[in-house]
Design a protein around this ligand. Structure first.
Ligand SMILES: C[S@@+](CC[C@H](N)C(=O)[O-])C[C@H]1O[C@@H](n2cnc3c(N)ncnc32)[C@H](O)[C@@H]1O
Length: 213
């Protein structure tokens, strides 16, 4: 994930608005207490998600892959007053921690946190999303995309994380490297899909931004 020069990353972080106290606490506590803290979006990507959400002004947001709740709370910053953010994660062990963070956030009443496999839960969720963030198991990215697309409002946005996969998408992966193969296929398919317009942002581990036509 650190394929962008460290001094450039540091400069970018120093010239990006600070995250609020709750987000800094989640970042800190995730790094101390939770396995695989690199999965957390972090300061600069979190500010990008917040900025995009402010630009989109969504009424309904769906996130696939809550982890410790950092990115959900960043996107919630742009949520409209009557809006809701649904976030899904299969890992029930993190539930008490995440619930604790959500309850003290200013968006507590707007957050709906679902525990379960996103492949099972997405079909049960009402349609009408303005913003979706895909950030869970890479092998299912295309499946999530196809499940979500019919539930998007026209002009809505889908953002998918880690689509550069530490640069591995530019290599020829081994046949057992299922994550890299899945991401290469995802990037190719959405780029060729006439139902969306896309831009690949080469920040952090890569964000694919899709506008639903
Ligand atoms: C990269 S982390 C999410 C990071 C978070 N969005 C952030 O930016 O701070 C990926 C999460 O996806 C969850 N996950 C993996 N497979 C899943 C599935 N099939 N359904 C729901 N969640 C899943 C994992 O439990 C993990 O918490």
């Amino acid at each position: 994930m650190d394929f962008i020069q460290k001094d450039i990353q540091d400069y970018s972080a120093r010239h990006t608005a600070a995250a609020n106290d709750l987000l800094e606490k989640i970042d800190r506590e995730t790094h101390v207490n939770v396995l695989r803290p690199r999965m957390l979006s972090g300061h600069v990507q979190g500010r990008i998600l917040s900025m995009l959400s402010h630009m989109i002004r969504p009424h309904r947001i769906l996130e696939i892959g809550t982890y410790t709740g950092y990115s959900a709370l960043c996107m919630a910053e742009g949520l409209q007053g009557d809006g809701e953010l649904i976030t899904i994660d299969v890992n029930e062990e993190l539930e008490p921690i995440v619930e604790g963070y959500f309850q003290v956030s200013p968006y507590a009443d707007q957050l709906k946190y679902l525990i379960g496999n996103a492949m099972d839960l997405i079909p049960t969720i009402e349609k009408g999303f303005d913003l979706v963030f895909i950030d869970a198991d890479k092998v299912n990215y295309l499946n999530y995309y196809e499940l979500i697309l019919p539930k998007m409002n026209a002009g809505g946005f889908i953002i998918a994380d880690n689509i550069l996969w530490s640069g591995k998408v530019t290599t020829t992966p081994k046949s057992n490297d299922k994550d890299t193969l899945a991401l290469i296929e995802f990037n190719k398919k959405v780029h060729e899909d006439t139902r969306v317009e896309n831009v690949l942002l080469a920040v952090r581990d890569g964000l694919m931004i899709l506008r639903v036509l």
